[in-house]
Design a protein. Structure first.
Length: 239
């Protein structure tokens, strides 16, 4: 499963009404055999016999709670510290917030439950990807590259008569604008917000939007025509 697919799948999972299935669906996003998850559902490989707890040897100690989240986490942590064979992760959640710890690295996670998709890389050790590995190749960069590749495929599919040079130029310009937002060349979210509010939902006028934008980026503020639309005046001159 690609990085973008992991994030998108977790987004679907956290929005499911049946939270009893959360942990099984969540594990299914990572490299767990289906047979292992099926056994967990049946309880045959769950080493914890307590309600609302799942202990999968070497992999996970999970508990869903309705009371004090931190106290429950501390209780589980103390229990895990006494184990000879420790799970890789502890996860405790009330489905409003989630606490987790990577027992090997001692990294911790303390976030709102809805933020879990954005922190999917915390659990990549289940896929054999250690923190040292993805520090070298940032998952956020991989995710961005994959999403841009998907955008490229969609643009080509929807514009069969366009030249490859024209499509490449369009996408390079879009990539520059996103880079400009990220690095402070543009004000934060300036390009994204203008694109969302000033173009049609079907994207039919995005090319014209991009063309006008790049025409104005090439003109110094003091040299721009008086007729320049206000939304374009918000963008700086880019040498």
């Amino acid at each position: 499963m690609e990085i973008t697919e992991i994030e998108d799948r977790i987004t679907e999972i956290i929005n499911h009404d049946n939270k009893d299935q959360f942990i099984y669906d969540f594990l299914g996003v990572y490299d767990f055999p289906k047979a292992t998850i099926t056994k967990l559902r049946k309880g045959t490989n769950n080493l914890s016999k307590k309600p609302d707890e799942i202990f999968l040897k070497n992999r996970l100690y999970f508990k869903k709670v309705s009371g004090n989240l931190m106290q429950n986490f501390v209780d589980i942590k103390e229990k895990v510290d006494q184990l000879g064979s420790k799970p890789r992760y502890i996860i405790v959640t009330d489905f409003k917030n989630i606490l987790a710890e990577d027992i090997k690295t001692h990294d911790t996670l303390d976030i709102e439950f809805k933020m879990l998709p954005q922190k999917f890389e915390f659990f990549l050790a289940w896929n054999g990807v250690e923190k040292a590995d993805f520090d070298k190749e940032n998952p956020a960069d991989i995710r961005a590259a994959e999403r841009f590749a998907k955008l490229y495929d969609v643009v080509i599919k929807d514009n069969p008569n366009a030249t490859r040079h024209g499509l490449n130029l369009f996408l390079i310009r879009v990539l520059f604008c996103l880079f400009a937002e990220d690095t402070g060349i543009f004000k934060k979210n300036l390009f994204t917000n203008k694109l969302k509010t000033l173009t049609k939902l079907d994207g039919s006028d995005v090319d014209d939007f991009i063309r006008k934008l790049f025409e104005i980026l090439d003109i110094k503020k003091e040299d721009r025509p008086e007729s320049t639309p206000g939304w374009l005046e918000d963008f700086p001159y880019v040498d």
